[in-house]
Design a protein around this ligand. Structure first.
Ligand code: APR
Length: 233
């Protein structure tokens, strides 16, 4: 712990589960309620944009009614107190890390609260619906889509993520199943670069065997405990 300067934290849907936001692959999760190929691919958007926009309008509205939990708050506390390198790479498209006060956050799968105009490439904060095809505030075209990364699309800022992993002393994975690449591969890359690795998850994930240490339990318990350890509380 003493010589640890740079930390990279990967978070997934499990960190927001106790805020009342469904995960994707747990029992009753989103991908049991909706088919990925109907709502989360560019082909689906091409085929039936109403179905896709209605799905994301529902999600965008739902997350604005949710609150950060003790796990988000603990990471915000670490972000404020840690004077070494820190990057929270989230796969989540909610804004609970930021609403808890964290600033060193990177959304590799985009965010629900941004619109992306496919006509002029404008990206801007967006809290309302898109189903009624609102005009782009920049170019006026009715060509907005959610600024989230769909299956088959490239995640954002991969260079910055790998650069942080290369400098890291510790890689921590919180609330993710390890089912989706490239995020699921970060632990192996970290291991190859002799980075210490820790998993905090409700149960064993598909990548658990790659971690030096795995702790299982709810994020609202494990994350504050771990942050207190790091800050020497
Ligand atoms: N505390 C800690 N971990 C939890 C909790 C909790 N309260 N509840 C669930 N988990 C764990 C589950 O055990 C599971 O391993 O969180 C993980 C959630 O896994 P997924 O639903 O697969 O979500 P995630 O890993 O974030 O999915 C990755 O897949 O669907 C795409 O783009 C989407 O970003 C998403 C990506």
């Amino acid at each position: 712990m003493a010589d640890m300067r740079n930390i990279v934290i990967l978070t997934g849907a499990g960190i927001s589960a106790e805020s009342g936001i469904d995960t994707f692959r747990d029992a009753g999760g989103l991908w049991e309620q909706h088919k990925v190929e109907d709502v989360a691919t560019p082909e689906a958007f091409e085929r039936d944009p109403d179905l896709v926009l209605r799905f994301y309008d529902m999600r965008r509205e739902a997350i604005q009614a949710k609150q950060p939990n003790a796990a988000h708050e603990a990471l915000a506390k670490l972000d404020a107190a840690w004077d070494g390198g820190l990057l929270i790479v989230t796969q989540n498209v909610d804004d609970l890390h930021e609403r808890a006060g964290a600033s060193r956050v990177l959304h590799m799968h985009g965010t629900h609260l941004n619109a992306w105009c496919t006509a002029c490439d404008m990206r801007a904060k967006w809290t309302g619906p898109m189903l009624d095809r609102p005009a782009c505030p920049e170019c006026g075209e009715r060509a907005l889509r959610p600024d989230v990364v769909w299956f088959g699309e490239m995640p954002y800022e991969m260079d910055r993520i790998y650069a942080s992993l290369r400098k890291a002393d510790l890689f921590v994975s919180i609330g993710t199943s390890g089912a989706v690449y490239p995020a699921a591969g970060f632990v192996q890359e970290a291991r190859e670069m002799r980075v210490r690795t820790l998993e905090l998850n409700l149960e064993a994930s598909m990548g658990s065997r790659w971690f030096h240490e795995s702790r299982h339990g709810p994020a609202t318990q494990l994350v504050p405990q771990w942050v207190d350890e790091v800050l020497g509380g």
